[in-house]
Design a protein around this ligand. Structure first.
Ligand SMILES: O=C[C@H](O)COP(=O)(O)O
Length: 254
């Protein structure tokens, strides 16, 4: 049985103080053990969050990373830097990074390899834009992103990856994919992983849905056999809402 992962992606929100307040608030509640709970925060907040979350059920993630360990890459942060700050996860290839920061499947691939080599769990985002969905290209697009983004990994490495299927048209729009549509694409991604690696890897790899997930609709996704949690933007910004997501993921899974 795959453990579902609820990961909050705060994007460019929260000062260090606000981030720490958030964690202190959710730590007052008992988090269910059967859900992997992750908060992906802006770089500046990561050391303080990692310190606060130490020994708890909360994992801390970054939202980007460079593939080199060090060097002349102004503005970038490396895997060893994140590790030293106590970070365990990193989002790679989010559509906002692909759209606004020229991230490609090739850079995604380099980053995924660096993250795994350095001991971070990558959350690799794939998903189609609206025109691709409307012209029936969804499966082709996600297949290409999975193939190129995860190219060259061993089966053992692939098992460490979390994939997040995020249709770009559903991100921050309030127009979530139906659970049935998300399940169809995610089971296709799982089949793609089986074709590229093997069935055992495909059975083990966690694949989340992301895009306008809220406490009100999380149950519909979690109830699907292939959907292993969610990557959540807007609804992860308030402690009460985030806690509801985590609790719902635990409740609907059992
Ligand atoms: O990484 C999270 C996604 O971009 C989803 O964002 P959203 O939940 O605000 O639609």
């Amino acid at each position: 049985m795959r453990t579902p992962v609820i990961a909050g992606n705060w994007k460019m929100h929260k000062t260090v103080e606000e981030a720490v307040d958030f964690v202190e608030t959710i730590q007052r509640s008992e988090l269910p053990g059967e859900v992997e709970t992750v908060l992906c925060a802006p770089f500046l907040a990561l050391p303080a969050l990692a310190e606060k979350a130490k020994g708890s059920k909360i994992g801390i993630g970054a939202q980007n990373v460079h593939w080199e360990e060090q060097g002349a890459y102004t503005g970038e942060v490396s895997v060893p830097m994140l590790k030293a700050a106590g970070v365990q996860y990193v989002i790679i290839g989010h559509s906002e990074r692909r759209t606004y920061f020229a991230e490609t499947d090739e850079t995604v691939n380099r980053k995924v390899k660096a993250a795994i080599a350095g001991g971070l769990t990558p959350i690799v985002c794939v998903g189609e834009v609206l025109e691709e969905r409307e012209s029936g290209q969804t499966k082709q697009v996600v297949q290409e992103q999975v193939k190129k983004g995860l190219n060259g990994l061993s089966s053992e490495e692939m098992k460490k990856v979390i994939i997040a299927y995020e249709p770009v048209w559903a991100i921050g729009t309030g127009k979530a994919s139906t659970a049935e549509d998300a399940e169809e694409v995610i089971s296709f991604i799982r089949k793609t992983v089986a074709d590229l690696f093997d069935q055992q890897v495909a059975n083990e790899v966690r694949i989340q849905y992301g895009g306008s997930v809220k406490p009100e609709n999380i149950g519909t996704y979690i109830a699907q056999p292939n959907i292993d949690g969610a990557l959540v933007g807007g609804a992860s910004l308030e402690p009460a809402s985030f806690l509801k997501l985590v609790e719902a993921a635990a409740g609907d899974r059992s």
